[in-house]
Design a protein around this ligand. Structure first.
Ligand code: FUC
Length: 348
């Protein structure tokens, strides 16, 4: 294992560092301490070509001004909260709105756009980057001084393991995820419509026109949301099914996972032979197929476009605070928040 460190840029006088973890199979993961952003993951195809399989930039400026959360850690709360008020222990807190009426992905001052403290450590079969951040009481509208950490570990088995921890001195909400857009074709050669996805999920959450869960669960059976036996993403972009249409032709939905840490999600790009398996202890995953991506940004010389990447955001379902039947994201004072997701890269 090897770790290479560099300086990625600086923001408001603060230096932003980069870390590249390299394993013995020549797989590489680069991340920066601004937003804990994963800027690239380089992994071999079936011919031995090592290419980048995530959407990202080489310049900090692009992440600061033009990024739809590429590769970033999201917090305190992933997804939309609407109405943007939360009640905790009898006190009502108003959260800042950054998408119409909604508070989205932790709001305008979320974990994705702050500089984290960072360090790295190296073992024989794995290497890690450790990010920590102190989110002060009232920051982004939420109560509690919250100490959070995110650890990215690359192993010699081509696993990228993300672990999240947090504790707060007041009861609060916490629901973190990572917003990497994957594209297994390599160096963004094509969009993700031919990627085949399998999700062990019998139900997904219905969304309204503002992309908020209505509270209803829908059975995937006989819908474009049935990924249980594998399905190409393109099917959900061509269908007349209203739930695909409403999000801009594709998917932007939370799926409830039937089981955890048992290869519950699998993404395959057949022509490159790349395969990614996702295992998590989270109850759901938001599948977002880049429906809102546009050609207004360049990714290392390649124009962005609709469906160029897809996100698999493992998390508790969004807007849980206003849907009492969803798994709770309430973090009690001085209790430990812990979450883990493992992405394994292999070949078909
Ligand atoms: C996902 C989606 C949203 C949003 C954002 C960039 O998490 O749920 O709709 O567009 O990412």
């Amino acid at each position: 294992m090897k770790i290479e460190m560099g300086i990625f840029g600086d923001i408001n006088g603060e230096q932003v560092k980069s870390y590249t973890l390299i394993n013995d199979q020549n797989m590489k993961m680069t991340c920066i301490d601004y937003g804990c952003i994963i800027t690239r993951i380089d992994v071999s195809d079936k011919e031995g070509n090592v290419e980048n399989i995530v959407l990202g930039f080489d310049d900090l400026e692009d992440y600061v001004h033009s990024s739809p959360y590429f590769g970033a850690v999201i917090g305190r709360v992933a997804g939309r909260i609407s109405p943007p008020t939360i009640g905790i222990e009898g006190i009502t807190y108003k959260l800042p709105q950054n998408e119409g009426q909604n508070h989205l992905h932790g709001g305008p001052y979320g974990f994705h756009n702050v500089v984290w403290k960072s360090s790295s450590c190296e073992g024989i079969d794995q290497a890690s980057v450790i990010f920590t951040y102190m989110s002060s009481d009232g920051e982004a509208g939420y109560p509690g001084n919250l100490e959070v950490s995110v650890i990215y570990t690359l192993t010699n088995n081509n696993e990228l393991i993300i672990t999240y921890h947090g504790t707060s001195d007041k009861s609060t909400l916490l629901n973190m995820t990572n917003h990497t857009y994957f594209n297994l074709s390599g160096n963004l050669k094509e969009d993700i419509l031919q990627h085949e996805l399998t999700i062990k999920s019998d139900q997904f959450l219905e969304l309204d026109q503002f992309l908020l869960p209505t509270g209803n669960l829908i059975d995937v059976e006989h819908t474009p949301f049935d990924f249980r036996a594998g399905k190409q993403i393109i099917e959900g972009t061509k269908t007349a099914y209203q739930q695909n249409k409403i999000v801009g032709n594709g998917y932007d939905h939370p799926f409830l996972l039937n089981e955890n840490n048992k290869k519950e999600i699998c993404l395959i790009h057949y022509s490159s032979g790349r395969k990614m398996i996702v295992e998590t202890d989270e109850p759901s995953v938001v599948l977002y197929t880049g429906n809102m991506l546009q050609n207004n940004i360049q990714l290392r010389g390649i124009p962005c476009k609709k469906h160029l990447g897809l996100c698999l955001e493992t998390q508790h379902p969004p807007n849980a605070i206003h849907n009492k039947h969803f798994p709770s994201i309430y973090l009690e004072k001085n209790k430990e928040y812990h979450s883990r997701t493992c992405f394994t890269f292999t070949l078909t």
